[in-house]
Design a protein around this ligand. Structure first.
Ligand code: IMP
Ligand code: MG
Length: 210
């Protein structure tokens, strides 16, 4: 007779986020050719610690305000998921999908709305949650677009920023990490829809796109 397996229960840890660094290398290996990545730039642990820090600041700044989080699909999915859960209060979420890149690694500057918000922004305090500010062209277009919808205030939170790639100045109140201009993937960021599910942010090896 086949042996019945014990039901598998997951222990509930009092520590919210355990260190997963030991597993990272094998996870990368399973999610694609590790040679595609030139260098791990920001680890999952560093990202989560930074988002906790930013959530504390945002919680303080918006404690008496009607805050709505607006994520920019698809890159900001992971940032939004972890940032929103680090906030100590409920904050509604909405999503906008725009595209400015296609399958290239350079911003075209041409922004196209693929999915609009479901929320009326009138009188709302808006926090745009972004994965990365590269040229800044997408965000500057979005900021203008949101300003015309009557939001009470608009601020930007970006996990990553490439200061040397800026083509327009973006007033970003909450920045996670300033990074060099290399093309990066992971933690939501893709190249050709790949690598989004890497836990860390890594520099994509140039041989992948050249
Ligand atoms: P921007 O308009 O150049 O600031 O960038 C617009 C969008 O392009 C960002 O929100 C990202 O989704 C994507 N992007 C910019 N830089 C990178 C990168 O290094 N890796 C992956 N996606 C990027
Ligand atoms: Mg983005």
């Amino acid at each position: 007779m086949p042996r019945r397996e014990e039901p598998r229960t997951r222990p509930i840890s009092p520590v919210r986020r355990s260190s997963r660094s030991g597993r990272l290398k094998s996870i990368h290996a399973r999610r694609g050719d590790p040679d595609d990545l030139a260098q791990i730039l920001v680890t999952e642990e560093e990202i989560l610690a930074k988002l906790d820090e930013l959530a504390l600041r945002v919680a303080e700044d918006y404690k008496d305000k009607d805050l709505i989080l607006v994520g920019v699909l698809k890159g900001a999915v992971m940032v939004m998921a972890d940032f929103a859960r680090a906030l100590p209060f409920h904050a509604p979420m909405d999503w906008m999908a725009v595209s400015s890149y296609g399958a290239s690694t350079k911003s075209s500057g041409v922004v196209q709305i693929r999915k609009d918000l479901d929320t009326d922004l009138n009188g709302k305090h808006l926090l745009i949650v972004e994965d990365i500010i590269d040229s800044g062209l997408t965000l500057s277009w979005l900021l203008e677009n949101f300003q015309s919808r009557g939001a009470e205030s608009i601020e930007v939170l970006a996990l990553l920023r490439k200061p040397e790639a800026a083509k327009v100045v973006i007033d970003c109140k909450y920045v996670g990490f300033d990074i060099p201009t290399d093309f990066v993937v992971g933690y939501g960021l893709d190249y050709n829809e790949r690598y989004r599910n890497l836990r860390d942010v890594a520099v994509l090896a140039p041989h992948v796109y050249s």
